[in-house]
Design a protein around this ligand. Structure first.
Ligand SMILES: [Zn+2]
Length: 74
């Protein structure tokens, strides 16, 4: 077995598990029109400025909306 085939074989085994973990991870988002961030913590400083409702969604969904991790998260 060549190294490439071996690598693809390992990736095929690992990928389904990692994507399940990603999809399971929930983040908080502010639904305001200017909000382009997602947050791991509900009590994050970035969310305190949110003037509209705070929603929970999967990390995957947040990324699909083009959101990026909030600057206050570590
Ligand atoms: Zn945040």
């Amino acid at each position: 077995m060549s190294k490439l085939v071996l690598y693809m074989f390992i990736a095929a085994i690992i990928t389904p598990f990692t994507s399940v973990v990603e999809a399971d991870k929930e983040v908080y988002i502010c639904n305001g029109p200017k909000s382009k961030r997602y947050h791991y913590r509900k009590n994050c400083r970035g969310l305190k400025r949110c003037s509209t409702r705070i929603y929970k969604m999967s990390l995957e969904e947040a990324k699909e909306e083009g959101r990026t991790l909030c600057g206050w998260e570590d």
